[in-house]
Design a protein around this ligand. Structure first.
Ligand SMILES: NC(=O)c1ccc[n+]([C@@H]2O[C@H](COP(=O)([O-])OP(=O)(O)OC[C@H]3O[C@@H](n4cnc5c(N)ncnc54)[C@H](O)[C@@H]3O)[C@@H](O)[C@H]2O)c1
Length: 436
């Protein structure tokens, strides 16, 4: 395929060499004449393992070249990859000046180009940037997105120092587009790579790099806070984290990664507090660990706000325990939420199949009678009672019984969902998910 790459820095130079090595003809475009000259002399613009001989060999095979003439590069190619810099501005915002300058270049050239063109943004950009890029192209060229050209978000995951290796071994190949053919075309550039290809919405793809890198930073800082606590206690931090990482079921796994309501139960809040206090007693600062509880409280406040916004006063809670399949009410965030709402004068009804059962068998009865007798009085024996009385249903766990009832509830019945109910319920008219 004939490809142009805008920006010949780390990402652009590696993509230029590696795409050529996979058999494509690639033209690099940069505003820096020095970088253009380097490529045209068979030299890389960056220092990275293996990139020097790749650029030299592909230059000798005449599969790569570079230019400052964006007009020629766009006209001679069918796909353009944008890899210009997106630095932080002095205020910490993303500086998209280079990206939008390139968009204007495309607008001028596409005005005259008759053939369909695919523009893939490989730079790290915030959600909505592809959309704005396309608006600029449309405004300057008079052409139409998805008719004359298409946008693709195709973030790069390479790390400096292992950039060529990472190019050929990415964790995933991520493509966001609303144009199926453009998505397939960009995906085909990477068909020789061993990674899973994920084609998704543009904004999902745009956000991914930020979510990934924030998580990487979180991991480093979490490991360091745990390390600092270990060090104060004379415990080998590396042994601790090696064992932590050996747990691929709950620790290094998709578990706990589902956006939803606050955590609770008898273990997480208690043990988090335990570790925090231990650190404090040894004069170790752990701001990251300390902030976890604050984030959790904010999730409860968020639910309160969502409920207030509905202006409904008669609330029905499906689920009181901290998760489905248990009657454990200790530190259940639903209990905290209901107590806050009671304080604000709401009328509340609660149904929880497991708590109901445990009250009858006496297993959790003592806890309920001593700790939350005021909530116990709000509990309904039948789910139908709650459904009939409530103007707004708040779903706190995903028991099969609740899902079935809610699937059949009338289309307009307002629902606030903390647990991500199935799609048929999510599509109902007055349904709201806590964070989706
Ligand atoms: N460096 C990394 O490890 C890495 C990894 C993944 C993603 N990214 C992202 O990729 C993007 C590029 O990063 P980089 O490190 O390669 O940047 P870089 O600063 O090394 O290179 C950017 C290049 O773009 C050129 N440029 C600027 N304006 C231009 C224009 N109008 N037309 C053509 N060229 C232009 C610059 O001259 C420069 O050579 C950024 O968004 C970055 O966040 C970087």
């Amino acid at each position: 395929m004939n490809i142009s790459i805008f920006g010949l820095g780390y990402v652009g130079c590696v993509s230029l060499g590696c795409l050529a090595r996979n058999g494509h003809n690639v033209i690099g475009v940069d505003v820096s004449e020095t970088k253009v000259k380097q490529i045209n002399s068979g030299l890389p613009t960056i220092i990275e393992k293996d990139i020097d001989h790749i650029i030299r060999e592909e230059h000798n095979r005449c599969r790569i070249s570079a230019t400052t003439d964006f007009d020629r590069a766009i006209k001679q190619t069918e796909v353009s990859i944008i890899a210009v810099g997106t630095p932080s501005s002095t205020t910490g915002h993303l500086n998209l000046e280079y990206i939008f300058k390139v968009a204007e270049n495309f607008g001028h050239v596409l005005r005259e180009k008759g053939r369909f063109h695919v523009i893939a943004i490989r730079s790290t950009v915030l959600p909505g940037t592809s959309e704005k890029f396309a608006e600029i192209v449309e405004r300057v060229s008079g052409k139409k997105k998805n008719v004359d050209f298409a946008m693709v978000s195709n973030p790069e995951f390479l790390r400096e120092g292992t950039a060529v290796y990472d190019y050929y071994n990415p964790p995933v190949t991520l493509i966001g587009s609303e144009h199926a053919e453009a998505a397939d075309k960009v995906a085909s550039l990477y068909k020789k790579l061993p990674a899973q290809v994920i084609i998704t919405d543009v904004k999902v793809a745009e956000l991914m790099k930020y979510v990934n890198n924030t998580f990487h930073a979180l991991k480093v800082s979490f490991g360091n806070e745990v390390g600092n606590i270990c060090s104060a206690l004379g415990i080998d931090s590396h042994k601790v984290m090696e064992i932590f990482c050996a747990d691929k079921v709950l620790n290094i796994s998709p578990y706990y990664f589902k956006p939803g309501f606050a955590y609770g139960g008898s273990c997480l809040p208690k043990d988090l507090k335990g570790l925090q206090t231990l650190a404090h007693d040894h004069y170790v600062k752990t701001p990251l660990i300390e902030s976890i509880d604050k984030t959790n409280e904010l999730q409860i406040s968020r639910a309160v706000e969502m409920i207030q916004q509905t202006k409904k006063r008669k609330l029905g809670f499906l689920g009181l325990s901290f998760k489905a399949g248990t009657d454990d009410l200790r530190n259940s965030p639903a209990v905290a939420l209901i107590e806050t709402l009671l304080g604000k004068g709401y009328e509340i009804a609660i149904y929880d199949k497991n708590v109901q059962l445990s009250q009858l068998t006496g297993t959790n009865k003592e806890y309920i009678d001593t700790h939350i007798p005021h909530l116990s009085r709000l509990m309904k024996a039948q789910i139908s009672e709650l459904m009939n009385e409530s103007e707004l249903i708040i779903v706190n766990n995903k028991e099969k019984e609740y899902v079935e009832i809610l699937s059949n509830v009338e289309e307009e019945h307002p629902i606030i969902d903390m647990v991500r109910l199935p799609e048929d319920i999510r599509k109902k008219k007055n349904y709201k998910g806590i964070n989706w």
